[in-house]
Design a protein around this ligand. Structure first.
Ligand code: SER
Length: 892
């Protein structure tokens, strides 16, 4: 009996033999379809190949595609667990032709695979065709030899497949399996068709048309094929059952659920196990593809599924969280086919454990409230909307969880009342905002947050995606469109653009309208508004008109983002290296992660020594070369702190935090070998492996504010450019010095010493020259007596102001008793110094002499002691009158 994994391999191998490219499943969050909540069929990732917008180097493909139907139009959530074939997660096997083969090959392939590879008896198969599709009917007759009564013509949309209101579409043929008359039901097209006997197993769509918004349809330039086979249904029939939950894979999950809860798989908890098995798959795969539980959009759908499963776990009597304990069983079953599941296993387990722990805290009280409410109502009366809203608002019960709980009691909810209660609460919240003193233009962002919910951020995994414009804002007001040359803000349902936060700058890039790719807008920045929920893209329209509801291709500037990522990850390594080099008092005080550099401010009282800086730089580079993967996990802030994650001082964190870890410790010391090196709470984007940082170089440290140092550093290409520039400078210097680069520091030191010695020598010589009345002397050096005081005045050139005091001293000792005035002509300006021998300072002050001289030289002030004073003037021209002014002080 083939297992589900065998069936997947058989399918893919068969089509590989028919020259099909086996393409991996796309992620569950559609990157190329803004209108879809989750990928719900195999063709989604190929949509643009059918319409001819995109080309790849293959024209035939086969996939096993992960699909989720739990939100939006296709919503199977309510029925899951209670029926044989409803799932929130399923796998769709498909073969595709993009303008290569068409009906006459697609039908024989399907028939051969089913009847030869899977060995399904021909007489158990029957097909439907679109009522006008004679060609398909003819091919079936010829290829399969089916009689007319087993080629059923259907006139409804059941046999005309469309992916949505717009896009590629065409008639289809569906293949059914007859499970036999022990089951109730009739063939397709009969009133009993919804019974369990005839089950559709494969849909072959003949992609022929493209449908547009206005309802018109055009022929596709190339006829194509899109097929979809539900693997769970085929597994059921090949394993002799018609219940998908009895197949090997689902059964193993049900048994794991029974084991963990110590209950029987087929006992009274049967439905609970089925719900848990199904929801385990959808939640795990969604988390692996980057969706996190939240109160908006995709995250809320995930939360609804998780909580529904958790209520069923509770009904099984599980005291402690149990969903996370089932993840290993799922990874064992599906990890080989979908490696992303194994890679995300710790993240999935933690997310489930956290959600279940938190939900358990309110679940009991919520269920009690539900019972109390029902107890007070007449039998059969629906639960009032206000009560359902209270369960939602206070106890975290999504509406469908309350409905699920009531279903077991045969009751329902007044959903209109629930909607009214929800609307009332929103109105109150809005009133609270307007009263909160927020700036007027902030209101528009909160309105958008309320109307559209949070923007889905896809940028941890991708830099390109499609999105739908929800709003355009210009000059603080919403507008319907922005056209060439205009600038404004654009809000989309989802985006790969990072909105500035946590020191990381916002992304830049481009938006292109899908309807006309020549219409392009440049995204110059991205911010988070409306309490951080709404990503606002600042754009300048380069060409065309961008309107509300337009579907656009979003592309982040890859080079810039790559550099930002490297800088952000390097900042984490730098933080840890600083803590290890300087101590645990090092706490982040601010950071900037820009494309061209990083800046990190941290608490530390003094400048780093060159040695410390070198040690930190070397350690960061060691961890870059370690090339360890960078991991991300979600946990409560408390759990994060308990495992030693670095959190920002004073920062407010929500219920859940993202913890980014990188590097394995080497060597001894705190933490020890093998432990995680850097562990930080962070919402930013990071490199996949530390080696992606390339190289790290610091540009020194400086003081940022009291007790806070700042390090600026470079990584990757910028670091390399910086290092090579430094290298060139060194080579140039070596060339000038006619030395080897290695000898440059010693040569520079020697030159500086030599220079110092020479300048001392020059100063000495100048003094000697001035004293000996040599060149440079422009005034008389003879002393005269004025009022009984020997006075010597001289004008010098070629000496500087600082040469004057020693000269004054020398003259004073030559005079024995008297006063000296020296004026140096320092290239137009004048420096003045005066000296009075100690025996005269009681009656004569050098300060007075200087002041008198300075006034003549166009200066102000002058000062010092009675025995020695200095000053300066704007011009040495009046040196002689300055001397006269000094003489006047002496009474001359
Ligand atoms: N797109 C079709 C379906 O979902 C066939 O793959 O049924």
């Amino acid at each position: 009996m083939p297992t589900l994994n065998d069936i997947r391999s058989t399918f893919l191998n068969y089509f590989e033999k028919q020259d099909h490219e086996v393409v991996p499943s796309s992620p569950l969050v559609p990157r190329n379809d803004p209108t879809l909540m989750f990928v719900n069929s195999g063709m989604v990732q190929f949509k643009n190949l059918f319409t001819g917008v995109e080309h790849r180097d293959y024209q035939r493909a086969a996939t096993a595609q992960k699909c989720v139907r739990a939100g939006g139009k296709h919503n199977d959530l309510d029925n899951v667990g209670y029926t044989a074939r409803h799932h929130t997660f399923f796998e769709m096997l498909g073969n595709f032709s993009f303008g290569d083969y068409f009906k006459s090959e697609a039908i024989p392939y399907a028939w051969e695979l089913l009847t030869k590879e899977f060995d399904i008896p021909k007489d158990r198969l029957l097909v439907t065709v679109y009522h006008t599709d004679d060609e398909a009917a003819e091919i079936w007759k010829k290829v399969a030899g089916l009689p007319d009564d087993r080629i059923i013509r259907i006139a409804t949309n059941d046999n005309f497949w469309m992916m949505g209101p717009t896009g590629p579409c065409g008639p289809c043929t569906e293949i059914f399996f007859d499970h036999g008359d022990k089951y109730w039901g009739g063939p397709p097209g009969t009133p009993e068709e919804d019974g369990d006997r005839f089950v559709e197993i494969w849909n072959l769509v003949f992609m022929q048309y493209q449908q547009f918004e206005d309802g018109t349809r055009t022929e596709l330039s190339a006829q194509s094929i899109d097929t979809g086979m539900g693997i769970e249904r085929v597994a059921a029939l090949l394993q002799g059952t018609n219940d998908n939950y009895a197949t090997d894979l689902m059964r193993s999950l049900i048994e794991a659920s029974a084991d963990v809860s110590s209950t029987y798989p087929d006992g009274p908890g049967k439905t609970h196990h089925r719900v848990i098995a199904d929801h385990l798959r959808s939640t795990s795969f969604l988390i692996a593809d980057g969706v996190m539980p939240s109160n908006d959009g995709r995250g809320y759908v995930l939360r609804r599924i998780m909580r529904r499963a958790m209520r069923h776990a509770h009904l099984l009597g599980a005291q402690d969280p149990m969903m996370y304990k089932l993840v290993p069983a799922l990874v064992r079953q599906m990890g080989a086919a979908y490696p992303e599941l194994g890679r995300a296993q710790p993240l999935i387990e933690e997310t489930l454990r956290l959600e279940e722990t938190r939900f358990k805290q309110t679940l009991d009280r919520g269920l009690k409230l539900l019972d109390d409410e029902l107890g007070g109502l007449p039998e059969d009366a629906p639960l009032p909307g206000a009560a359902a809203f209270k369960l939602y608002d206070t106890y975290g019960f999504p509406l469908d969880l309350t409905q699920d709980a009531l279903r077991e009691k045969g009751r329902n909810v007044d959903t209109a009342g629930f909607d009214t209660a929800m609307a009332d609460q929103k109105a109150k919240a809005r009133a609270a905002w307007s009263g909160s003193g927020e700036a007027a233009d902030a209101a528009i962002w909160f309105d958008l947050a309320e109307t559209h919910g949070a923007t889905d951020f896809l940028g941890y995994d991708t830099e390109t995606a499609e999105g739908q414009i929800l709003a355009l804002i210009k000059d603080g007001a919403e507008v319907n469109s922005l056209s060439t040359g205009e600038s404004g803000w654009v809000v989309l349902n989802q985006t790969p653009f990072y909105g500035e936060a946590g020191g990381q700058v916002g992304d830049t890039g481009w938006l292109r309208r899908l309807a006309n790719e020549d219409d392009q807008a440049e995204v110059t920045d991205t911010h988070r508004m409306g309490g951080g929920k709404v990503f606002a893209h600042h754009v300048t329209i380069q060409g065309g008109t961008f309107g509300k509801n337009d579907a656009v291709q979003l592309e982040v500037d890859h080079r810039r983002r790559t550099s930002i990522r490297a800088n952000h990850s390097a900042t984490h390594l730098l933080h840890e290296a600083l803590r290890r080099a300087l101590g645990d008092h090092v706490v982040q005080r601010g950071s900037l992660n820009a494309p061209d550099r990083l800046r990190f401010d941290f608490s530390h009282g003094k400048a780093l020594t060159l040695e410390e800086l070198n040690q930190v730089e070397a350690e960061v580079n060691d961890y870059i070369r370690q090339n360890a993967t960078v991991d991300t996990r979600i946990m409560t802030p408390d759990d994060a702190r308990n495992i030693g994650a670095q959190a920002l001082f004073g920062e407010k964190y929500g219920d859940e935090v993202r913890v980014v870890s990188m590097g394995k410790r080497s060597g001894s010391g705190k933490g020890g070998t093998g432990d995680t090196y850097s562990l930080e709470l962070c919402g930013g984007t990071h490199v996949a492996r530390t080696g992606d940082i390339g190289v790290f170089v610091t540009m020194g440290d400086s003081a940022s504010s009291a007790g806070v140092r700042r390090i600026e550093a470079l990584t990757g290409a910028e670091a390399f450019a910086y290092l090579s520039q430094q290298d060139h400078r060194l080579a140039e210097t070596a060339l000038e010095l006619k030395a080897q680069a290695a000898d440059v520091p010693a040569r520079v030191r020697a030159l500086l010493d030599e220079r110092k010695a020479l300048s001392n020598e020059v100063a000495q010589l100048r003094r000697e020259l001035a004293m000996s009345g040599g060149a440079g002397q422009t005034g008389g050096a003879e002393s005269r007596e004025i009022n009984g005081v020997k006075f010597m005045a001289q004008v010098l050139s070629g000496v500087s102001g600082k040469d004057l005091p020693p000269l004054i001293d020398a003259h004073k000792s030559q005079l024995g008793s008297g006063a000296v005035l020296l004026i140096a002509d320092t290239g137009g300006k004048a420096a003045v110094a005066a000296g009075v021998t100690p025996d005269l300072t009681a009656t004569l002050s050098a300060v007075d002499l200087v002041k008198a001289a300075v006034a003549e030289l166009g200066g102000k002030g002058g000062g010092g002691r009675p025995d020695m004073a200095q000053g300066g003037g704007a011009s040495a021209e009046n040196a002689q009158s300055a001397i006269k002014a000094a003489e006047a002080v002496l009474g001359g």
